[in-house]
Design a protein around this ligand. Structure first.
Ligand SMILES: Nc1ncnc2c1ncn2[C@@H]1O[C@H](COP(=O)(O)OP(=O)(O)OP(=O)(O)O)[C@@H](O)[C@H]1O
Length: 253
């Protein structure tokens, strides 16, 4: 379970998050939505324990993420931050293998190699595995970062706009993969993802957390909480949810 109690974050004197309280259990995809500057990335980084709040608490599976040491935090969450960059001349396989570091601490075992190859395959990177990251397209590089986070095998995967550079096929592949991963089962995991594409949110999110101006606007099951009027108010422009081909899509109105 992720629990935030009265979380407030101030940066350089500005209130970035104000009094956010939230609680959601394991499993499923939770989408963080809201306009630019709403505080979504800040919230995700706070859940990962990377930001010290001015007030309040963050726990993941009972672990106090603000006080926990990095290895303990990394056993609960894998964070893929927005616009991750690498400067070193790494290959895709090198990057994905970083995801296993907390498991092998520098001495990879067969299990680690297996997970690395599994992640490479899961994100359609087999033909790119030995290519350097600085020689890939933005979307290919983004898939490599998601594969690294996946390889970490944490109960919670925190992803900040992982779809922004992806073509429709890879958006679908990644979201289908995340959907499958978060269904009930032996190895069920949980995903918290910042999404700007509201039709992708409508199709895949189980829950939403909507933020605006650093405050929680609404949270709950996507089918109940995400409505046309709520979205219109959140984004300050007319939006409606229509059924098309048996699915919900979000359209301007
Ligand atoms: N270091 C900082 N100092 C002051 N303000 C900051 C700092 N970092 C971020 N902010 C401000 O905090 C607010 C929230 O930023 P955040 O990146 O969390 O928003 P977001 O919802 O993820 O936005 P986007 O959709 O544009 O990625 C913004 O108004 C931003 O300008």
């Amino acid at each position: 379970m992720i629990q935030l109690d009265n979380l407030s974050i101030t940066k350089n004197g500005a209130d970035i998050l104000r009094d956010v309280s939230l609680k959601f259990g394991q499993g499923g995809i939770t989408a963080l939505i809201g306009p630019n500057g709403a505080g979504k990335s800040t919230l995700l980084n706070a859940i990962a324990g990377l930001i010290t709040p001015s007030q309040g608490s963050v726990t993941v599976e009972g672990c106090d993420m603000i006080r926990a040491r990095p290895p303990e935090r990394a056993s609960h969450v894998a964070l893929l931050a927005q616009n991750e960059q690498v400067t070193a001349r790494l290959t895709v396989r090198d990057l994905v293998s970083f995801g296993r570091w907390t498991h092998h601490k520098g001495r990879p075992k067969d299990e680690d190699h297996r997970k690395i190859e599994e992640s490479i395959e899961a994100f359609d990177l087999v033909t790119l595995a030995d290519r350097r990251l600085d020689e890939l397209s933005g979307g290919q590089r983004q898939r490599a970062f998601v594969a690294m986070a996946w390889a970490q095998e944490t109960p919670w995967l925190l992803l900040d706009e992982p779809l922004s550079a992806l073509d429709p096929r890879h958006v679908r592949d990644i979201m289908d993969r995340l959907h499958a991963l978060t269904r009930p089962g032996e190895n069920q995991r949980s995903v918290v993802i910042v999404l700007h594409d509201l039709s992708v949110t409508a199709r895949y999110a189980d829950r939403i957390v909507a933020l605006k101006n650093g405050q929680l606007v609404t949270t709950g099951p996507r089918v109940l909480a995400m409505t046309g009027p709520m979205l219109s108010d959140l984004f300050g422009t007319g939006l409606a949810i229509e059924r098309f081909g048996g699915r919900d899509v979000v359209v301007p109105c």
